[in-house]
Design a protein around this ligand. Structure first.
Ligand code: SF4
Ligand code: MG
Length: 326
């Protein structure tokens, strides 16, 4: 499979009173055609900033300071805002955790989805309406002709997320970035939205970058996974290996703190402490203060991302005898 997206050495900094803070630090990963790649980690690990960096949607204090984002072999980092506007929505779309932050409360559903279509396609009037209704049907919204005229506040959370998905796929993008798409929803609705994303991925042959803190969602959806901790990639592997044989002590901690249906009686162990902020990073491994296996070297020296075997790479001194990949 060929790569749709290659992120090479992506580093994103935010300007603060005390100088620049590096929030995403030398991140590498690739997304293949038709693949679902998960980016996993607790909040504050740099997952969302990574996706905003890809689409150049950082606020005015943030900036990609080095690295490249190759989409179909062109570097998005060097594109102008005007060029990016043609890519967003048409080539790469994004859905967020909270649909209300992205839906405009004073415009009807039909107007909002129609605007996305008109931005990228040369159609008007009844043709746009017809396309909006088709999209509402496609994302499983009942009574599409009535919902077309409704305002967002009249819809449930799950329905709003379906509207967001309709907007995101309106121009049949090659790639979808879904940032915690089900986190704000009830469990049963979560499952429906994941089912919808899965079937749309198949029908539209999309590649999906799925950002989540939930390993249950990863198990359901992802082919491969990138685990991020404190702005860095700490483990990359396929989903099956990640869940059965996690290597990085952080990944092990995430799995032990996730409810697991087949092992329902086991006590959940949470990871002690919190993700450090960039000004609190240790000069060695950033996980050192929370790691049950920390050694002396971990406090002083940054562990490199080491290849373990095949597709698996891990940033941890426990695996130091293996070959360095990056
Ligand atoms: Fe733990 Fe050391 Fe590995 Fe970091 S490098 S995860 S502190 S064992
Ligand atoms: Mg986030």
């Amino acid at each position: 499979m060929s790569n749709i997206l290659e992120v090479n050495g992506l580093t994103t900094q935010f300007e603060t009173k005390n100088g620049p803070l590096t929030v995403v630090d030398d991140v590498h990963f690739s997304l293949k055609k038709g693949e679902v790649l998960g980016i996993v980690g607790e909040s504050g690990c740099g997952k969302s900033v990574t996706s905003l960096s890809i689409l150049q949607l950082l606020d005015k204090h943030g900036k990609v300071s080095s690295g490249e984002v190759l989409y179909k072999n062109t570097n998005l980092v060097s594109k102008t805002e005007k060029e990016m506007r043609k890519i967003r929505g048409k080539e790469i779309s994004m859905i967020f955790q909270d649909p209300m932050t992205s839906l405009n409360p004073v415009l009807t559903i039909g107007t909002q989805i129609g605007e996305v279509i008109e931005k990228h396609e040369k159609i008007k009037g009844t043709q746009v309406k017809q396309k909006v209704v088709e999209l509402l049907n496609l994302v499983g919204i009942p009574r599409a002709n009535e919902i077309f005229h409704e305002y967002p506040h009249r819809l449930s959370g799950g329905m709003k997320q379906r509207v967001m998905i309709a907007m995101a796929i309106a121009c049949k993008p090659t790639m979808l970035i879904a940032d915690e798409p089900t986190t704000a929803l009830d469990v049963t609705i979560q499952a429906q939205i994941l089912d919808l994303l899965r079937s749309l991925k198949e029908d539209l042959e999309m590649s999906i970058l799925l950002i989540t803190h939930d390993l249950g969602v990863v198990a359901e959806m992802c082919d491969r996974v990138v685990v991020m901790y404190a702005g860095q990639v700490v483990e990359t592997t396929d989903t099956r290996t990640l869940l059965r044989n996690p290597r990085h002590p952080y990944t092990v901690g995430l799995i032990q703190s996730t409810p697991h249906q087949s092992k329902g009686e086991r006590r959940l162990k949470s990871i002690v402490g919190q993700v450090p902020t960039p000004d609190e990073y240790s000069p060695g491994c950033r996980f050192v203060d929370r790691c049950p296996q920390a050694m002396d070297i971990c406090r002083s020296t940054v562990p490199p991302l080491l290849e373990i075997e095949g597709q698996t790479a891990c940033r941890c001194w426990l695996y130091e005898r293996k070959e360095e990949v990056i």
